[in-house]
Design a protein around this ligand. Structure first.
Ligand code: DAT
Ligand code: MG
Length: 148
């Protein structure tokens, strides 16, 4: 079963949207296999966003992601990576599909509420970075009604 790393960013935590956002992933059928509230250090932020180091928005991105607590989680399910990103919507909320998290709650790319891994290699890297390597799965009674 595929796993992905999802983070509820500081703006969403400050705005009291943690429950609403988790509910959207849960109701889709994705299974929470790890979750924690994190005060993100500069070191962790820089490792997480290493690929964007040379981009002009990088300093603002690091400031944003370290500006308050985030909720980090690992979600498991069929096509978890793509499903989570679709539920989040396009990077810039103004381009995100109606009904997605970023469209329903956001207006600006620099306050886009959530992060989700963009591929299998990124997911493996991010899950290891935030949670380490040993995350057990668990049996959910409704699994047989969600996974064929
Ligand atoms: P995503 O978060 O959809 O995977 P990304 O990995 O390209 O998008 O960028 C990471 C974050 O950086 C993104 O959520 C918001 C910020 N960002 C990306 N492009 C930006 C831009 N052109 N201006 C400002 N912030 C940007
Ligand atoms: Mg990305």
């Amino acid at each position: 079963m595929e796993r992905t790393f999802v983070m509820i960013k500081p703006d969403a935590v400050q705005r009291g949207l943690v429950g609403e956002i988790i509910q959207r992933f849960e109701r889709r059928g994705l299974k929470i296999v790890a979750m924690k509230l994190v005060h993100v250090s500069r070191e962790l932020a820089e490792k997480h966003y290493e690929v964007h180091k040379e981009r002009p928005f990088y300093p603002g991105l690091i400031a944003y992601i370290t500006s308050g607590p985030v909720v980090a989680m690992v979600l498991e399910g069929t096509h978890a990576i793509q499903a989570a990103r679709n539920t989040m919507g396009a990077t810039n909320p103004v381009d995100a599909a109606p009904g997605s998290i970023r469209a329903d709650f956001g207006l600006e790319i620099g306050r886009n509420l959530v992060h989700g891994s963009d591929g299998p290699e990124t997911a493996a890297f991010e899950i290891g970075l935030w949670f380490g390597d040993e995350i057990p799965s668990w049996d959910r009674d409704v699994d047989r009604w969600i996974f064929e």
